[in-house]
Design a protein around this ligand. Structure first.
Ligand SMILES: [Zn+2]
Length: 297
């Protein structure tokens, strides 16, 4: 569920709180979320957190490695990076004290010299969140980052570039969530963006005209910027388990459209729901709800 705005505010708050702090220990308890073994997590001990930032829906914690003898390794690399993907139910949170022995939700623990602890926690039964510890020069070459499309925010490119990126005979709802096409958008924010742009979730990317591409580009940038601005006001450390997502359309099916007052409709899939306004987005057509049609068959 965390998408670009939620990961961005997480990165900003943690960056402000952690930059310059020294790491005392790092552990990956329980089922192994750690996908790399070289360098080992112990390489973080005694080193300082330089920054926390976002790439697509990933978090990156940059670590400065202190090499007092001036020695550099073969790659000439003197820093490390924790690359973290929260997947659908992960959170990266900072606590004043270490987790107790009853803690079951933590996948990564980074203890800091001032007694605080950074934890990658995961809620629910699925264990999907992951961590990689990489040398910083390996970071951009890592498969999960090198295949990302341009960042959806602050600038996915001009409307002509967006039109090129989306020029495939696939529905916009699918294309916009494809991280190889554009990075950062998922199931919640795609509904808000398409509603803002007054475009059908099922319109094919290859059918976008120039005016529609411009509307879509503006909707992507403005919707995500608005969400980030909202979080800057609404959220502080410690990061809550549940962020108050400022959604107007997603999960609001059955309620009036905030723009035209028509009833918002939804298409249900096995593990997600598309919400939209028939009046604003589909020329009044109500899209077939696959769940209902399956039940009626
Ligand atoms: Zn409407």
């Amino acid at each position: 569920m965390p998408e670009l705005p939620e990961v961005e505010i997480t990165a900003r708050l943690l960056d402000r709180a952690l930059a310059g702090t020294r790491v005392e220990y790092a552990r990956a308890p329980g089922i192994n979320a750690l996908k790399t073994f070289d360098p080992p997590l112990s390489a973080l001990e005694g080193q300082s957190i330089a920054a926390v930032h976002r790439r697509g829906k990933h978090l990156v914690v940059d670590i400065d490695v202190d090499r007092r003898d001036g020695d550099r390794d073969e790659a000439g690399c003197v820093s490390l990076a924790l690359l973290i993907h929260l997947m659908s139910a992960g959170r990266l949170q900072l606590y004043d004290k270490p987790a107790g022995p009853r803690d079951r939700s933590s996948r990564l623990l980074v203890g800091l010299e001032d007694g605080r602890e950074l934890r990658l926690r995961e809620f629910g039964s699925k264990q999907a969140a992951w961590v990689k510890l990489l040398r910083s020069d390996e970071l951009e070459r890592d498969d999960s980052l090198k295949t990302l499309g341009p960042e959806a925010w602050p600038d996915p490119g001009d409307p002509a570039r967006l039109k090129d990126l989306l020029a495939a005979p696939r529905p916009l709802h699918t294309l916009l969530r494809d991280q190889h096409v554009v990075a950062g958008i998922g199931r919640s924010w795609v509904d808000e963006i398409l509603w803002q742009a007054r475009l059908s979730p099922y319109k094919r990317g290859s059918d976008l005209d120039e005016d529609e591409a411009r509307r879509l580009r503006d909707a992507i940038v403005e919707t995500l910027a608005g969400a980030i601005a909202h979080y800057e006001q609404a959220i502080q450390l410690p990061l809550p388990d549940k962020l108050p997502l400022p959604l107007q359309v997603h999960r609001h099916q059955g309620e009036p459209c905030p723009r035209c007052g028509a009833t918002l409709e939804a298409v249900h899939f096995e593990d997600y729901v598309i919400a939209y306004c028939p009046t604003c987005q589909t020329d009044g057509r109500v899209l077939k709800d696959r769940r209902l049609s399956r039940l009626l068959r």
